[in-house]
Design a binder for this molecule. Structure first.
Ligand SMILES: Nc1ncnc2c1ncn2[C@@H]1O[C@H](COP(=O)(O)OP(=O)(O)OP(=O)(O)O)[C@@H](O)[C@H]1O
Ligand SMILES: [Mg+2]
Length: 264
């Protein structure tokens, strides 16, 4: 389904600001895999998401979606295959447009060569049906401007817009981070439901380790642009925060030993 092969990205190469954001990353996802992604600030998680969505090109390596090499395919051409929700509730929706217009735009994005944002009666009832699944009453506010919605409401709408056209891949980058705990819980629950309902292949970045353990069938930990830990299935189910932290310390320690050995 998604195949990342030997991906490396370096920002500002050859300057004092050089940053190896991704270093020889390999990852193979099967259809329906739900991967939670953890790692400290600057580990390369968002860079990984940007590279999969096509907003960043790898310097080295290739990206395949459904066996097709999309490494050089621009972002707008990949958008039909990929749904995305960002950390910032302002990022995924158009604030000056209504809920209905935003949904129509997301709907049109998925159709070949159509830029008709028009809303037919049938489509309107489809939108209402989808909105009702959020349990936020948004189905009664189709004509409300999205800029007036609360952060939680906007994130719920973003999640709906990213998923109701059933993309091949769903990318979630700390999409509950800006929300209060109860709204964050709601969006997390909705995420689990929608991923399961459509069997979406999903990558979800989170700083909430418990969430990373509770959700999904696979987990990866990133550090300094590399995937340093990968667990799945029963091994993931048996994992605890304590074990995860101990593993992180162990791998980091090993890396420091290696660094020392190289430096002599
Ligand atoms: N466009 C860019 N130009 C230069 N450096 C960048 C750029 N984008 C990211 N970086 C750097 O690459 C590294 C990885 O950044 P990235 O945003 O992927 O981290 P992250 O794991 O998402 O961190 P966080 O948890 O803070 O969101 C960081 O050191 C960052 O400063
Ligand atoms: Mg990030």
């Amino acid at each position: 389904m998604l195949s990342l092969n030997n991906i490396s990205i370096t920002f500002n190469e050859g300057t004092l600001d050089e940053k190896k954001a991704l270093q020889t990353v390999n990852l193979q996802l099967e259809k329906g895999d739900f991967v939670t992604v953890i790692g400290s600030n600057g580990a390369g998680k968002s860079t990984l998401m940007n590279m999969i969505s096509g907003s960043l090109k790898p310097d080295v390596g290739s990206v395949k979606i459904n066996e097709k090499n999309v490494t050089l395919l621009p972002e707008y051409k990949r958008s039909r295959l990929i749904g995305r929700v960002f950390q910032d509730p302002m990022a995924g929706t158009a604030p000056t447009m209504t809920i209905e217009e935003n949904l129509a735009m997301a709907y049109a994005r998925n159709k070949k060569r159509t830029l008709k944002y028009g809303v037919s009666k049938r489509r309107k009832s489809l939108f209402k049906e989808h909105l009702a699944t959020l349990h936020l009453g948004l189905e009664n506010r189709l004509n409300a401007k999205v800029g007036l919605l609360s952060g939680g409401e906007r994130q719920a709408l973003s999640l709906l817009m990213a998923t109701f056209t059933e993309p091949n891949i769903l990318l979630l980058d700390e999409h509950t981070a800006a929300l209060d705990p109860s709204r964050a819980d709601l969006i997390t629950k909705l995420t689990g439901e929608v991923v399961e309902q459509f069997g979406l292949t999903t990558l979800m970045v989170t700083h909430n380790m418990q969430q990373a353990l509770d959700l999904g069938n696979r987990l990866i930990m990133m550090d300094k642009g590399q995937i340093i830990l990968e667990v799945s299935g029963e091994e993931k189910q048996a994992l605890t925060i304590e074990k995860l932290l101990a593993e992180f310390q162990r791998i980091r320690g090993k890396q420091m030993d290696n660094d020392r050995a190289v430096l002599g």
